[in-house]
Design a protein around this ligand. Structure first.
Ligand code: NAD
Length: 290
């Protein structure tokens, strides 16, 4: 397939490289990052999009996505698919889909989970929103870049699934960390606490697969000085997106709001920036900061 790839940062570069290695013709554009091996550089996003059957974007936020989409959609061939894999707000995903439909192009929002490691290994999970025919058209690309793609519904449904999932993740990570800190104060051994909770009704991915306590449970960023992993500021970005969506849809999400406020304080005032999001546990150990 002839593919344009716009946004070749930490995630985009390995994803584009995997597509090129699988035999697709990939033209890339980024404001600052260089093209990875196998990807031919274009002078602009518009130049990359010309003649492309699929234009993939992997950009920092919804405002940038809207600007790039407004530039590239008119340059895309009729019927071509704009496949946005960035994590952005649901409203931006829907606005971009409407822009594409008005111009006779198709759009799919397909944010990913799996991080930089999954992007490099081609094992990402894609959660997608948009017309079924457009999803089918890009399915072979999902198969190269990832191991699973779920068609979640119409435009914006992929972003909705991503931020709902990450809202649960933020809340359960905080609950797991505060429970460990309480267990410490009650004199309960952390390994015993893990043993019980990981096989009882308090279990979750945060406890069982990504335990925030060093030396307990499976290997996780806690065992590596809380080096990310999934950085606290990226969790904060996703929690902010879930709150934006909740406001826009008039949904009541008090736990998501509290999680966002705690990560906000952690990242902005308490030195959490650059640490893994599970570093909430050492934060709760300092009782005076809670
Ligand atoms: P990044 O900052 O490394 O890459 C973004 C790239 O976009 C940069 O290279 C930047 O120069 C480029 N860019 C910005 N504006 C542009 C424009 N107008 N035209 C062309 N290029 C432009 O970020 P990343 O870690 O690759 O993340 C990209 C997206 O993926 C984000 O939405 C992020 O939330 C999401 N995501 C990241 C991870 C992760 O672990 N890093 C995991 C899942 C999802």
């Amino acid at each position: 397939m002839k593919i344009a790839f716009i946004g070749l940062g930490n995630m985009g570069a390995p994803m584009a490289a995997n597509l090129a290695a699988a035999g697709h013709t990939v033209t890339g554009f980024d404001l600052s990052a260089a093209c990875p091996e196998g990807v031919s550089p274009a002078g602009s996003a518009t130049a990359a999009a010309q003649g492309a059957e699929v234009v993939i974007t992997m950009l920092p936020n919804g405002d940038i996505l809207r600007r790039v989409a407004a530039e590239v959609i008119p340059a895309m061939p009729e019927g071509a698919v704009l496949l946005d894999c960035s994590t952005v707000d649901v409203d931006s995903a829907r606005a971009v889909a409407a822009m594409a439909a008005d111009a006779g192009r198709r759009a799919v929002d397909a944010p990913v989970s799996g991080g930089v490691g999954g992007a490099a290994a081609g094992t990402l999970t894609f959660m997608a929103g948009g017309p079924a025919d457009a999803f089918e058209a890009v399915r072979p690309l999902f198969e190269v870049m990832g191991q699973k793609a779920v068609h979640c519904g119409d435009a914006g449904a992929g972003q909705a699934a991503k931020i709902c999932n990450n809202m649960i993740l933020g809340v359960t990570m905080i609950a797991t960390c505060e429970a460990f800190a309480l267990a410490d104060k009650l004199g309960l051994d952390r390994a015993r606490m893990f043993d019980v909770v990981s096989t009882s009704s308090g279990y979750s991915w945060s406890m069982n697969a990504y335990c925030p306590a060093p030396g307990v449970g499976p290997n996780s960023p806690a065992d590596n000085g809380y080096k990310p992993g999934f950085a606290a500021e990226l969790m904060l970005k996703d929690l902010r997106l879930s709150q934006l969506a909740a406001e826009s849809a008039d949904a009541d999400t008090p736990m998501g709001l509290t999680a966002m406020q705690l990560y906000e304080r952690f990242v902005e005032d308490e030195g959490g920036r650059g640490k893994d999001f599970s570093a909430m546990l050492p934060r709760f150990e300092g009782r005076e900061r809670s």
